[in-house]
Ligand binder design. Structure first.
Ligand code: FAD
Length: 405
């Protein structure tokens, strides 16, 4: 079945006119690492392996950054989708706090990248706000605030009396410098540009249709019959892993986004903070460098092969209305883009990084959860260490078989 993971016209691949193209693979190659997937995750892998002097070949089935990467809202935050206390059912507070701190480390990695290679990806550091408009959730926000504060994270608690935003807020946590926003299309392309300059080989329109495992290498076979012999293969195919394993890694939902035309004022949206509410399913909001507003959420279960356009339109309407009611002082909110995409979540909110249980040369790099981009950075660093036999204990947090019985 040809499963559609993205529907609608995505913002980032539409507004970015300068689209670099790579050729398709037309020869056999040998390499250290073959990365399958040319989204932001594959590009991050390509960058970190190249930086660590590991030879890479990246193969993308269609166009670079045109699947999930084209629709990601690209809120980069250290906090996870669920609060620390809610996650206790599936993991320890220590592990979740470790993930928070790793998220901060990943944010710093992007800054270092930009310092070294310029900000060509509209990266902008932002404070973040997690809030609730419901009285019965005030306590859970307070608990989250206390846990973060006790553990040295820079947070400020706000309530109805100190609310400086134009929307109803009963309790909220502002994390100072707790996040950032980025243009995922530009970031992916910049990473690949740098990787390419370091010797990474990159091919578009090159679908991998088969992989054959041997003791010390894997043969990767492409649609047009070319072969890449690689010591390790990195699965960076996002939400579609069926070529490599029958394992069902995560719970899949469809999440919806609407984006406005550029607005002329931001009254009531202090500091263009990144916003997430504590509802289930949650909403998430950001602004863009060209003064658009993005709101996402309203997730529903993902059913492969079925797209309900009426339902999608209802969800877009709900998001538009919510945006307008939250920001009544922002003039002329007019919707420009509507799209939705598959999203994968895991019980402990973390992605999957590391070797397959059966095939030791097959390594996953799956940035599932709302922090997918930051997890991809962490994962790529961990896999580069693994390749170079450098111990990195943090990889255990993201172990591929951690939920297996
Ligand atoms: C609406 C939405 C909002 C989101 N918001 C956020 C957010 O705010 N912050 C965040 O961090 N994350 C967010 N995410 C998650 C984020 O999208 C993912 O973490 C990230 O975009 C996934 O990138 P990827 O490269 O893993 O996957 P993709 O971009 O899907 O890339 C995988 C690539 O693999 C290619 N491929 C697949 N099979 C093959 C094959 N056989 N051969 C060759 N190539 C193949 C595909 O063509 C594709 O280009 C959001 C997701 C959605 C849908």
């Amino acid at each position: 079945m040809n499963i559609q993971y993205v529907q609608g016209k995505p913002l980032f691949t539409t507004i970015n006119k300068d689209k670099k193209q790579y050729s398709y693979l037309a020869e056999n190659l040998e390499t250290d690492v073959c990365i399958i997937g040319g989204g932001v995750t594959g590009a991050i892998a390509s960058y970190y392996f190249s930086k660590n002097n590991i030879k890479t070949v990246l193969l993308e089935k269609k166009r670079i950054a045109h699947l999930s990467t084209s629709v990601t809202t690209s809120l980069l935050q250290y906090e996870l989708d669920d609060n620390l206390s809610e996650l206790q059912e599936y993991t320890t507070i220590e592990n979740s706090l470790k993930a928070y701190n790793l998220g901060i480390k990943a944010l710093k990695e992007i800054e270092d990248f930009i310092d070294a290679y310029e900000n060509k990806c509209d990266y902008k550091k932002r404070d973040t706000l997690l809030y609730t408009s419901k009285k019965n959730e005030i306590n859970s926000i307070k608990i989250e605030y206390d846990l973060r504060k006790e553990n040295g994270l820079g947070v400020e608690y706000i309530d109805e009396n100190t609310n400086k935003f134009s929307f109803d807020l009963k309790a909220g946590i502002i994390s100072k410098n707790g996040g950032a926003e980025i243009d995922p299309y530009k970031y992916t392309n910049q990473l690949l540009e740098v990787s390419y300059s370091m010797g990474s080989k990159i091919y578009e329109n090159t679908e991998v249709i088969e992989i054959n495992h041997y003791d010390d290498y894997i043969d990767v076979i492409t649609e047009f019959g070319c072969k890449v012999k690689a010591k390790k293969v990195i699965v960076a195919t996002g939400y579609n892993t069926s070529l490599f394993t029958n394992k069902n890694f995560a719970t899949k939902t469809t999440t919806f986004n609407v984006v406005t035309k550029p607005v002329s004022n931001f009254d009531g949206w202090v500091d263009k903070i990144l916003i997430r509410d504590n509802c289930d399913p949650y909403n998430y909001l950001r602004t863009t460098i060209d003064n658009r507003l993005i709101i996402g959420g309203e997730d529903v279960s993902f059913i492969p092969g079925i797209f309900d356009e009426n339902l999608a339109n209802k969800k877009y309407d709900i998001l538009e209305n919510r945006l307008k009611s939250m920001f009544k002082y922002i003039n002329n909110i007019e919707i420009d883009f509507k799209y939705c995409g598959t999203f994968a979540s895991t019980p402990d909110n973390l992605g999957f990084v590391g070797p397959d249980k059966k095939h030791k040369n097959l390594w996953y790099l799956l940035g599932y959860g709302a922090n997918g981009i930051l997890f991809a950075i962490l994962g790529a660093m961990m896999l580069s260490d693994l390749y170079n036999n450098i111990p990195n204990k943090d990889i255990n947090l993201f172990k591929v078989d951690r939920f297996d019985n």
